[in-house]
Design a protein around this ligand. Structure first.
Ligand code: B12
Length: 392
């Protein structure tokens, strides 16, 4: 039988809410005030300075991000949760890398389901009637609210750090219709001190000052969020990253002893060693090339974060990495792509990759010139000229 809500004191209710969240499997749980996040002004300035690039959804959600009460007036406090995803580095069979968080099941689905279960449990126990649940692409400054609820401390890379998990955890939230007092940070919180490992290691110098990332320089942004051509200067800096980037997290000393939680999200068969699984760079570049729309890509990557950049984005990324790490099989695939890919972005990225990795080969140079002669897309043609260094 559901107990009447008034039987709980505010303190015991808060403890029970947090207990439920822990029981459902979240590693980190806390309560934050529901109102403007402490870093609202930082977010505003960040948008004003266009550090969000083409992520227009952040601009559209600006008013709600700066004060979520404008969108959810019934909210009284925020339940903030963290779920660890630390695991060994993910190397694609044959070369190239994908950010660890994308090795298995998509965390958006996993956390949304967990929050759904939590909401039902809170209702069942008469503890709260929770409102909206959030994870990631929502108008909520998650790291700021989570920090306000004591879940961690921001690093110089802007990642929220936990003593045990380092930066290797996701965030999610549930709006509560109850005024619960905020939780405070544990006695020991991670701190960067004088460490600048992430700033020094970022391949594209995207951390422009401590705690401030210019997304338009970040490899994660270019390989996941950004559509179309990637700025020439950033392509070689993307190194082996075909999707996302973990460099700022990998060099963070706080994450170095995090547990191996690979089982939690699993590993997609495409990424397991062995040919023919669909997860090599050549596969990412070539599979789906003949398909008329993105339906095939959506199907192949169902339940995976790799769905997000679409076939075109993944193929573009794979081409760039093949340019940074030339190989025989990569060469053949790039020659076919520059010739026949339906996407001007992929044709241009392939031309760049051929120029970057094989320009000393006269046959390759001729193939790029032929592709340039045939190119009907103005942007792609300009890009190919720049790749052959014919610009200016
Ligand atoms: C847009 C976005 C991106 C963009 C921009 C990232 C950025 N740094 O702003 C791109 C595509 C580049 C990106 C990349 C990644 N992202 Co992202 N991203 C988001 C999203 C949707 C919004 C972030 C945002 O509003 N940024 C604007 C800035 C102003 O906000 P912020 O960085 O959160 O603010 C922090 C800083 O200002 C800092 N800060 C404030 N004051 C001060 C003062 C000092 C002195 C210091 C040191 C810091 C500091 O603390 C704030 C709050 O903690 C959030 C989800 C969400 N709704 O919040 C996920 C989110 C931040 N991303 C996440 C992840 C996992 C990543 C990647 C690790 C993925 C990857 N492996 O490729 C990288 C990490 C890159 C990085 N170092 O930030 C997680 C982070 C979890 C964590 N433990 O921190 C989030 C919370 C998603 C989630 N639900 O789990 N992301």
């Amino acid at each position: 039988m559901t107990p009447p809500p008034h039987q709980y004191s505010p303190e015991s209710r808060r403890a029970l809410v947090l207990e439920q969240a822990r029981e459902l499997g979240f590693d980190l749980v806390g309560i934050a005030p529901f109102g403007p996040p402490p870093d609202a002004a930082r977010f505003d300035a960040w948008i004003d300075e266009n550090h969000h690039g083409t992520m227009e959804y952040l601009e559209r959600g600006r008013a709600a991000t700066v004060d979520p009460r404008t969108q959810w007036p019934a909210g009284k406090s925020l339940l903030v949760v963290g779920l660890g995803h630390s695991r060994p580095a993910l190397h694609l069979p044959g070369g190239g890398r994908v950010a660890r968080y994308a090795a298995g099941r998509d965390y958006h689905n996993v956390i949304s389901k967990m929050l759904g279960r939590l909401r039902r449990a809170l209702l069942r126990e008469g503890l709260a009637s929770p409102g909206s649940a959030f994870v990631d692409a929502t108008p909520l400054l998650e790291r700021s609210h989570a920090a306000a609820g004591g879940l961690g401390a921001p690093s110089k890379a802007a990642n929220l750090l936990d003593v045990r998990l380092g930066p290797w955890f996701f965030l999610g939230e549930l709006i509560l219709d109850l005024d619960l007092s905020p939780t405070t940070a544990p006695a020991r919180v991670p701190s960067c001190g004088t460490c600048t490992a992430c700033i020094d290691a970022c391949p594209t110098a995207a951390i422009i000052e401590p705690g401030r990332v210019d997304a338009t320089r970040c490899i994660s942004y270019h390989t996941i969020e950004h559509r179309g051509l990637v700025a020439h200067g950033l392509r070689s800096q993307a190194g082996e990253w075909a999707f996302g980037c973990d460099v700022c997290s990998e060099v963070c000393p706080w994450g170095s002893k995090a547990p191996d939680l690979s089982e939690r999200f699993g590993t997609r068969t495409a990424f397991e060693e062995g040919a023919g699984q669909g997860g090599t760079l050549v596969d990412l570049l070539t599979i789906g090339r003949e398909e008329p729309d993105d339906a095939g890509h959506k199907d192949r990557w169902r339940g995976s974060p790799l769905r997000r950049p679409k076939r075109e984005g993944l193929a573009r990324n794979a081409a760039i990495v093949l340019g940074n790490h030339p190989s025989e099989s990569g060469l053949d695939a790039l020659l076919a792509s520059v010739e026949a890919d339906p996407s001007p972005t992929v044709r241009a990225a392939s031309a760049w990759a051929l120029a970057a990795g094989h320009l000393e080969d006269a046959g390759v140079r001729a193939a790029i010139s032929r592709a340039l002669g045939r190119e009907i897309d103005g942007g792609a043609a300009r890009d190919m000229r720049a790749s052959l260094d014919l610009e200016g």
